[in-house]
Design a protein around this ligand. Sequence first.
Ligand code: SF4
Length: 242
Amino acid sequence: MSKALSIFLDQARAYLMQQQDLFGNTIYTEGAGKKPPDTRADTIPYPDEPWVSAESLPDLYDQIHECLKCPLGQTRTRFVFGTGNLRADVMFIGEAPGADEDAQGEPFVGKAGQLLNKIIEAIGMKREEVYICNILKCRPPNNRDPETLEMETCSPYLLKQIELIRPKFIICLGRISAQWLLQTNESLTALRSRTHAFKGSTLIVTYHPAALLRNPNWKRPAWEDMKLFMGLYEQSKKEKLT
Ligand code: SF4
């Protein structure tokens, strides 16, 4: 085999593996009339409602903070919108508020939130510098997992937040937010240690801080995820300068 053919085959193999990571086993070709599936951001249409035209996060908050579209609106104490820098480069997305968050109206303020703050400090950032939110804005009773219908009903709000912030990076905290945003059943293990494309952002998956509190053995692999992020973030800053 000629050297040129060997290089071509290596490049073709690398491309196909990358496509498999993004789209599974279906091959999409440009011009074949089939568009590669994008992520949740493209598959959930915005409902025909006034808040869709919100031009800022405060505007969006004003329009949705009394939402009662799913039963969680009846049982919540506080609506938990999100917190942080409205122009953040990095968004952390969990699944839903817990008891502390429900009481205070702010995401990640309990023990898991304190650990998240430490993680954010460890990557050289401050909590105020990033944006933190969840898929659901109201607490599921007894901290149960969010139900599909709840996520379907609530996630247009999250997608609007992402659209307004336009973060360079999204870090999904835990399996539920990662599987939901990426619309996949792949395991957390399979989704970690690589990057995913999400509506113009680079999405990275890591453990939920509450899971790290339950199983400290996962702190080391979680740190590997953060190192992956830090490397990519530094690279993006350098590219911005050149
Ligand atoms: S969880 Fe979301 S959709 Fe349900 S009531 Fe709260 S804000 Fe509305």
